[in-house]
Ligand binder design. Sequence first.
Ligand SMILES: [Ca+2]
Ligand SMILES: [Ca+2]
Ligand SMILES: [Ca+2]
Length: 582
Amino acid sequence: MKRSKFSTIYARLIVFITLIAIAFGCVKELSNQPVANATPQTFFWLYPDNGISAGISKQEIRWWGEDADGYVIGYLLAIEPDLLLLPNPDTLTYSFVTSSDSVISFPLRQKAETFLVAVRAIDNSFRTPLPVGAKVRMIPFPYWDKNGNGVFDPSTDLKLDGLVGAMDPHAAKLAFPTINTPPTIDYVYDLSKPTSIAQPPPRTFTVASFSWIGHDLDGDETIKSYRISLNDSTFANAFTVASSVTTVTLAVPRLRSDAAGSTVSADVLVGTSPNLRNLGSVNGLKLDAQNSLYVEAVDVAGDSSKAFLRFPAAGGAWFVQKPRSRVLVVDDYTKADSGVVRQFYRDSVFARISGGQFANYDVLDISVGKTVSATGVLQAGTFVPAQQHLNPALIKTLKLYDCVFWYTDPIPSLVVAQYTLFDYWTSPDGGHLIFSTEFQSINDPSGALQDFTPLDSVSSVSLVAPLTYPLQGDNQIPGGYLLYPDSSLSSDIYPTLEFGTKFTYSFNMRPIYKNPAARYIYHLQPDIARGHYIGMPNIAVIDETKRMVFVGLSLHYLTGSANGGQGVAAFFSKVFTEFGLQ
Ligand SMILES: [Ca+2]
Ligand SMILES: [Ca+2]
Ligand SMILES: [Ca+2]
């Protein structure tokens, strides 16, 4: 029974195989001859009827491969401009890929261009491992062009013997007509005010920074350059910068603006101080007048952004003020008596020193718009450049002057000072600085003062009432108290200063501690009668190069003229002599 059943099945099988063999006419293949590998075929996921309509130069393309007697291990992908058909012989350069799709950026060099995409599947009969991205060429024979120079080099490149029999001999190929899309250009935002455009303040001196960002649907990397134009939206005399430049600073050296009439050329600077590079200059900056700067993007195909960018943005202003004095006063003082204080410096100090030559000093008022939130976060004033423009715009602005006097209320614009002042008074092209401030309840928030003054530290004594004396400081100083000059150098004595006639001056007086190279120039008289503060706290210091004076109180308190008090004008006169300005 068993044998009979087996025989029946066996016999049926032979008949079946014979029938198949006859039906397919492949009796020969039942012999022992080797079977030839079937080459794979390649297809795109795209079936155009009458060609493909023109698209943007960045497209996602998908393909697949089929292999009748094995499987596909990867593809050779070539993209070639100005071709509709595969050349014969095949001179394309292929890249080996294992993915079956790619976002292809056609490298447009003109407004419209056709690119041939060719893909050849490779099947598993190919045994040479190729890394993804390997460059493969077919002429004079298939080889891996390891050094990518387009020719076969026997010492470096690798001949790919098995490739012809393992790849699609025909290749899937499609010609993609592409048209260029013009680039676009946009404003960027102030790093410290995320809802404000980073643009020059509504009024500047002859320095201003501008930032933008460009985009292109063909790929942002296809932006070739930006063009900037001063007060001319036709870009007739535009200045071109590379696509890597998205911030420029226009700056006019004092020698040039001092001699200028109503317009002047401005240098085009890139980078930040101390590594600014001068790319050239643009004409037509109007002095003591409103100005506009226009910027457009240009792509590799030569298209420019249809809509250019204008600074100031809609609703804004950019008035450029010609610098006139050698002295700049930075008003960082918002208290209720700010007008009185301003008047004091103008009438009682600068009008009375150096023969009045600094009476008409220039003013940068950074107190306008300066706010402090309930949590103590300071928002810089309206006339302060965007945070990313402080260096270089504000640094270069200060450098228009031989001397800057910066006076503050108890909450100084410390970040603004930190970004700018050290560079200003220490660099060769900088100037001299007098910085007068006092301390709110915090002695030196985040150590900012150390960054731009010749100080090591400020006393951290708590001055929050109720105070238990004696202390290393006080929050009340009686009228008539004296500031004594340092007398260690008898040839270099500062004038004695005296508090005014108010009963007391309420502010946080903290001793300051200089860095080793600096020199104290003032200390307070001993507090013998009251016994509030200890010793004779140091209040003011000058750095060793005599370019920076720090005063740890508001100078306008020092209006006394009894007991040897010589007044703030005498102090400024002495400092200006030290600075070599008179
Ligand atoms: Ca195969
Ligand atoms: Ca080569
Ligand atoms: Ca484009």
